[in-house]
Design a binder for this molecule. Structure first.
Ligand code: TXA
Ligand code: MG
Length: 329
């Protein structure tokens, strides 16, 4: 059977594959570039090349005590860099990879200590984005990638977000459209083989527990965190943000130029303030996808205070509440 590919589709495919090749070329040169994932955009470099790793820290202005996540193309490739997969980890990997799940596992010596900030554990995942998967398949090394934002700021969910903040520091951004999930990956480690969540993220806790049973949470708000993304103040916009009952907060801060970010309710009758509704249908996945873009939009607008509300503590609502808590502390 002959398959006829429309001319415009053919040229789109050619364009995509040439952009992926360009990304591959830069990474092979030891350069640092922006890449799309299903969670957020990453600032990518060769995970086995110390100069590339140093460049990532420098571009992000990230302290060297904060380790990077390694991205691989396959479970087979992951095995080259970790000592072993405990049974629970293997089950999670089989169920959720490629996807927004990062596993913290004992590293092999080929992973540079610089990448893990001296820790003997490495954070590793297979991202689920078609362009980045194509790219990873063409590379013969894994890719280190923190979120592509200056340290402490909100993660980027479009190529434009990356360009806005890091565009003049990196030679290339692979544009894969807006991120499907919009929140960073869930990070899971193991203590005595028992799974522990270190960062809530793109995989629902309910789905994890359906796979491996009850999972403990250790979101580590201390000053010496296991995952510094879990620092109490992080993922924060520049504008002040408060979380609570919208109507009460609007009354309390009447003198301010207020921006409201709500889950599904319309508060536009209040105070004539700027408002972004994350999901009119009340879909937590849609809200998660739109959250970081909304925070950035508020930062760029006239408002001087962002008011938002607590989300339902279920599904991705838990991770959204976690990010809002950190953004507001
Ligand atoms: O969805 C994601 O995970 C995105 C995309 C690009 O993959 N990446 C991301 O990376 O969010 P980053 O660096 O912004 O956040 C990773 C978090 C940090 O809080 C870091 O401290 C923690 O993971 N982490 C990385 N390696 C670790 C390790 N070896 N031990 C403990 N925590 C680690
Ligand atoms: Mg980050």
């Amino acid at each position: 059977m002959m398959i006829i590919v429309e001319k415009s589709l053919r040229s789109d495919l050619a364009k995509i594959s040439s952009e992926v090749s360009e990304a591959v070329k830069y990474l092979e040169m030891g350069e640092v570039i922006g890449i799309p994932t299903e969670t957020v955009y990453g600032l990518a470099g060769n995970a086995l090349n110390e100069n590339a790793i140093l460049k990532i820290f420098e571009v992000k202005n990230r302290p060297k005590f904060d380790p990077l996540i390694v991205h691989v193309a396959s479970l087979e490739q992951a095995k080259n860099f970790v000592k072993e997969f405990p049974a629970n980890a293997m089950q999670l990997a089989k169920q959720f990879w490629p996807g927004p799940l990062t596993l913290l596992l004992d590293k092999k010596p080929n992973i540079p200590d610089l990448l893990t900030a001296g820790s003997q554990r490495v954070a590793i995942r297979i991202p689920n984005h078609p362009l980045t998967r194509q790219m990873l398949n063409q590379l013969d090394f894994p890719v280190a990638a923190p979120s592509a934002n200056p340290f402490g700021y909100v993660s980027p969910t479009t190529a434009q977000h990356v360009a806005d903040q890091l565009g003049d520091k990196i030679p290339f951004i692979l544009d894969g459209g807006p991120c499907e999930v919009g929140l960073e990956s869930t990070i899971i480690g193991f203590e005595a083989e028992k799974p522990i969540i270190y960062r809530l993220g793109g995989i629902k806790q309910e789905d994890l527990e359906a796979c491996v049973g009850r999972v403990k949470l250790n979101l580590n708000l201390s000053s010496n965190p296991l995952a510094p993304g879990m620092l109490k103040s992080h993922y924060a916009p520049i504008k002040k943000i408060v979380v609570g009952k919208v109507t009460e907060l609007v009354a309390k801060y009447q003198q301010k130029k207020i921006g409201i970010i709500s889950f599904k309710d319309d508060f536009s009758h209040l105070n004539g303030s700027t408002q972004i509704i994350l999901s009119r249908q009340g879909d937590l996945n849609e809200a998660a996808k739109n959250l970081f873009g909304a925070l950035r939009e508020m930062d760029q607008s006239e408002v001087d205070l962002i008011i938002t509300q607590r989300f339902p503590e279920e599904g991705l609502g838990k991770a959204i509440n976690d990010r809002l808590r950190r953004a507001s502390s």
